[in-house]
Structure formats: C-alpha cells, structure tokens
Design a binder for this molecule. Structure first.
Ligand code: GLV
Length: 324
C-alpha cells in the first residue's frame, strides 16, 4: 500500500510534483492557513508531513500520529516544531538552511534603511495627500538617521548575521557582533551583548528562537541600548520583548524599528507596535522572493522524497535520529 503524505499548503518550485511518484499526496488548499484542528484530522494515518512555519507540530499532535515517519518543513527555523519530541520518536525533521541567507539579509537591510530614513512614514505622507495639502518642503523635512559611519551590532553571527555584516561593511558601517559561542568573523568586532547594546546605533537580531533566546532582548536590554538607536528584527518574534520595545519607541528612547516577525502571527491589530509611526512593519517576509521560496520548496520536497526512499534527508535538523 502506498504511503500517505499530507502537505499543509500548495508549494512553489517543481520538485513537490515528484512527491506523487512516491506516495499518495493530500494537499490542503485553504482558504487561509490550515487550522490546528484540521491538521489533526488530515494528518491521521499519514506517514509523512510537509509543512510551513505556520503549522505547530507539538507533542499532542505527535502523540495522536503513531504512523508518522517524517516531517519536512519549508523553513530554516524550527521553533514551530517540538524537535526533542520528534527526535525521541526517531522522526527526522527536514528544513531549508542556506538558500534563504542572502534574501533574508536583504530584507534586514531594507528594513534597516527604511527605519533609518523614515521611508514608510514618508510614503504615507505622500500617498495620503499631505504633502500637497501642507505645500511644504523644508531642510528638516523627513530628516532621518545616517547609516554610513554608524555602528551596527549584530546579535547572532550565523549565516544570516554574517551576510548582514557584509552588507553593512559595503554601506560604510562599523560592525560589532555578539554570538553565544564566540565566533571569529572577518570585519566584525566581538563584544559582550551588554557592550554591543551600549555601543550600537543599529541593532539587528539573527539568533534562532530557543528557550535560551526567548526574550533575549527584554526590557532591561532594551533600556540598555544606546539612546536613539534603531532595532531590526527579521529573526523571530519572542526574542524581543514587544511591549518594552513599543514603550522605548513611543518615549523616544529608541529612534525607530524594523519588525518582520512577531510573538503572535498574524500579528493582532492591537499590538502596540502597529500604532507607532516610527516602526516599519512587514508580515514575516524575510525569505519572500519568488526564486528563494521556490528553492525552499524544492528542498522541502527533496527532504520528503529522501525520507520516502528510506534515505537520510539531505537537510535534517535532528540528524542524530540516523545514528541511534
Ligand atoms: C523563515 O522565517 C524561516 O525560518 O524559513
């Protein structure tokens, strides 16, 4: 009998179409995101799951799925999955490292520049007709903050953090960095987190969300940032304390922020960050280019096909399942 694989969303790329050569495929077609209850219903009796970062794969779900043999997620971050619970059951978890590094670093820089130079505010001003209504242009009109010559502090010097460092150097920034385990990165001065926060005009977050990094930038760390600094987060919500960030932005302690990721997604409309003019917002689109998303989907499909063929996944987040 063919094995069954549930895919929680239509995927781009071409390799996903090969999946049906190896198993019976059932794809959730929406509308909207797959509700958790439907994931429970649709996954019952399946051997494989191909999912997105919006699907929560927790212990309760796994307990109810004794037939599950693999999970392949179209994301590099695996905080939506209880990895330890999968590993305990010997289930490999596929993910998509590498292909989204430059795309996400570009998004980071787009938010950094937009926040520094007030691009969203200026866009609203033009779009809403205020420029014409006020008939104004002056030397201090929409003045922002210089990027060149400023110091960028990179929190987390993995692949994406390093790609951001390269961009920053090209923009004439001084780059300092912090990593949990010290890492020698050319052109990046290593500092303690406290020293980085005190010295940086811009701070960009690039650590994975784990129990250790949850609220890494809490109220105390935000209060310790250089007055007038800009914070950019394209990593994960939950790493930055959102109410503390909103309060610092509202009081003027911080100049601006660029935020692509939120503690709760889709972000509730009453999140205080949404009410602030000096925050550039995006809906978790760090890796969102057509090419990169197709590559990520192809990697997710390749991981699933390898698992169906009884081979190790080429990109496995818990490779220890293969050596036990
Ligand atoms: C995006 O946030 C990813 O983890 O792929």
């Amino acid at each position: 009998m063919n094995r069954k694989v549930f895919v929680t969303h239509e995927l781009p790329g071409c390799r996903i179409h090969e999946l049906s050569e190896h198993c019976d495929v059932n794809v959730w077609l929406g509308p909207g995101l797959l509700p958790a209850k439907s994931l429970h219903e649709e996954l019952a009796g399946c051997q494989g799951l191909v999912c997105l970062l919006t699907d929560r794969i927790d212990r309760d779900l796994l307990d109810a799925m004794p037939d599950l043999e693999f999970v392949s997620s179209m994301a590099v971050g695996v905080d939506h999955v209880d990895v330890a619970a999968l590993t305990a059951r010997g289930i490999p978890l596929g993910h998509t490292p590498g292909v989204l590094t430059d795309t996400t670093a570009d998004t980071t820089f787009a938010l950094l520049l937009a926040a520094a130079r007030r691009i969203s505010e200026a866009d609203r001003f033009v779009r809403q007709g205020e420029w014409r209504r006020e008939n104004r242009w002056s030397p201090d009109f929409f003045t922002g903050k210089d990027v060149s010559g400023a110091t960028l502090g990179i929190v987390g010097l993995g692949e994406i953090g390093q790609a951001v460092a390269r961009r920053a150097a090209a923009f004439g920034m001084e780059v300092v960095g912090w990593n949990r385990s010290p890492k020698d990165v050319p052109g990046v001065e290593q500092l303690s987190l406290a020293a980085l926060l005190a010295r940086s005009d811009f701070v960009s977050v690039h650590v994975a969300l784990t129990p250790d990094t949850r609220c890494l930038l809490g109220a105390a760390e935000i209060a310790a940032m250089k007055p007038g600094a800009v914070l950019v987060n394209t990593a994960r919500g939950g790493i930055v304390d959102e109410p503390a960030l909103a309060a610092a932005l509202a009081s003027g302690a911080l100049y601006a922020a660029g935020v692509d990721v939120f503690a709760e997604e889709p972000v509730p409309v009453d999140n205080p960050l949404l009410a602030l003019p000096n925050v550039v917002l995006a809906p978790h689109i760090g890796s969102a280019t057509t090419r990169t998303r197709a590559r990520m989907a192809d990697m997710a499909a390749a991981n699933a096909i390898a698992a169906l063929q009884g081979q190790p996944m080429p990109h496995c987040a818990n490779p220890e399942v293969y050596t036990r």
